[in-house]
Design a protein around this ligand. Structure first.
Ligand code: FAD
Length: 436
């Protein structure tokens, strides 16, 4: 009897444990993706655009193996069970995931499938080390990164799976269509310079990154203008790349150790989210912070019109590319939560509406970290925006690239245009008196 592989955010054929196990069963395999209205309507248009590319790429790959990607629209559980009934499938394989939505979906599928005598099995693949595999003595998850990092490295990682060589589909199954322009549904802006999605593009990027740039990461990752990070986050978010395959390849290169550590940060936030699925909505650590409601300051921040150049550069990069450099994410998030005192949820929701790599665990985990309610052991650390601007964009090249009004401002004034004798035409005065 056939096995259904329910794809969610694991849109690849390489090192896909749920798919590999289905192939090992020996019978026909039904690779299935359900365009779930409830998820699509809430999703960022930038991510739907990435998903659009990724689904087409995956379908192409599966077809080359003799299979196909079966696409359905509707509610995930109902559609999966319809396909199970139509094909006589005995099992559904899927990758285990950590968000509240993913937990609800898996539980609902298990219940409904049991009524139909269909087994549901979950597999690793979304993180390098699955949540629950690195656990502190006497606790359910790590709350602090450094001990997690040690445990993460000490774990024996599983052996990656080969991509299948051939797939067999059950006969007579309508493959369904991937609608034109998925990004027309969803919400938020469609960034003109957003990244292309899909496993093919992700693997090319990974290859170039490991061969050419990863070794310099330690020295260049914080340089805003150098833009010298991997930009593999969206590929990891959609599972177009296996995090394990990437981590193993990077670990073979000693100079890439600082990069591998960042992959552990991703796993860290995932295990926090698995233990605390309300991460996007509730304080991980309850703290008495006097948040302010300031609609006009919040709007200025979103649009990159705060008058603080490095903040505006980051926020405009986000709108333009659906991506923001990590250092700029830290600066813009700290400016919003620590200086404007606007709630981390509002900032997190805006990022989530725009980022191609927007991911519940990483986005809200980092927002809570910066906002002082997360896993930072020093939640009240001070953050000087101007010092960050001068340190991480010393020539102002990042600012000039993303804030055209400031392109002609020479020298160090680019960090502090309000100190010039004449204001820069079209550029607002700073939102706060002191931007320290
Ligand atoms: P690289 O520097 O090349 O790092 C490699 C990979 O390591 C990344 O692709 C990512 O998967 C992981 N990684 C790196 N830093 C972190 C981190 N601090 N936390 C978790 N994983 C990390 N990352 C997301 O993937 N999705 C998000 O929604 C997201 N929201 C963020 C919000 C805020 C406020 C902050 C401060 C950070 C956020 N990050 C998020 C983490 C980080 O900024 C991005 O992963 C990184 O900028 C992506 O670029 P890159 O792939 O070139 O990263």
């Amino acid at each position: 009897r056939p096995t259904i592989v329910l794809f969610t955010r694991d849109l690849r054929v390489h090192d896909h444990p749920a798919l590999a196990a289905a192939v090992r069963e020996g019978g026909p395999v039904v690779p299935l993706f359900v365009l779930d209205r409830a998820v699509m309507d809430r999703s960022a248009r930038n991510r739907l655009s990435y998903l659009d590319d990724a689904l087409r790429d995956l379908r192409e790959r599966l077809r080359r193996l003799g299979g196909d990607l079966i696409v359905r629209s509707g509610e995930t559980v109902a559609e999966t069970l319809k396909v199970a009934a139509a094909t006589g499938a005995a099992r559904v394989h899927m990758s285990a995931d950590v968000s509240a939505l993913a937990f609800r979906r898996a539980a609902k599928l298990r219940r409904a499938a049991a009524d139909q005598r269909v087994e549901v099995a979950e597999f690793p693949g979304v993180t390098v080390v699955p949540p629950g595999e690195a656990v502190p003595v006497g606790g359910d998850h790590y709350k602090v990164f450094t001990p997690y990092w040690r445990a993460w490295q000490a774990r024996r990682w599983r052996t990656p799976e080969q991509a299948p060589k051939r797939l067999e589909l059950p006969p007579g199954l309508d493959a369904g269509t991937i609608p034109q322009r998925l990004a027309d549904s969803g919400s938020g802006p469609l960034s003109p310079r957003r990244q292309q999605g899909g496993e093919g593009e992700a693997r090319r990027r990974m290859g170039r990154w490991l061969d050419d740039d990863c070794a310099d990461y330690e020295h260049t990752h914080d340089d805003l203008a150098a833009d010298a990070t991997s930009r593999l986050s969206a590929a990891l978010r959609f599972g177009c790349l296996s995090p394990l395959e990437l981590a193993l390849a990077a670990r073979k290169r000693p100079a890439c150790a600082p990069f591998v550590r960042q992959l552990a940060w991703r796993d860290f936030h995932h295990q926090v989210c698995a233990a605390f699925p309300g991460l996007a909505r509730r304080d991980y650590r309850e703290r008495d912070i006097a948040w302010r409601v300031d609609d006009s300051a919040f709007a200025a921040w979103r649009e990159g019109r705060t008058g603080v150049p490095v903040v505006d550069a980051g926020m405009r990069q986000l709108l333009d590319e659906g991506f923001m450099h990590n250092r700029a994410r830290l600066i813009t998030a700290a400016f919003l939560t620590k200086r404007l005192r606007v709630h981390w949820k509002d900032g997190g929701d805006h990022f989530h509406a725009v980022l191609c790599d927007g991911d519940i665990a990483d986005n809200y985990g980092n927002w809570q970290w910066v906002g002082g309610t997360g896993n930072d052991t020093r939640p009240d650390r001070s953050f000087n925006v101007l010092r960050q601007s001068r340190r991480f964009d010393p020539d102002g090249a990042y600012i000039r690239r993303h804030v055209p009004e400031l392109a002609g401002v020479e020298g160090a004034d680019v960090h502090t245009p309000w100190r010039r004798r004449r204001p820069v035409p079209g550029y607002p005065p700073p939102l706060l008196d002191s931007t320290g």
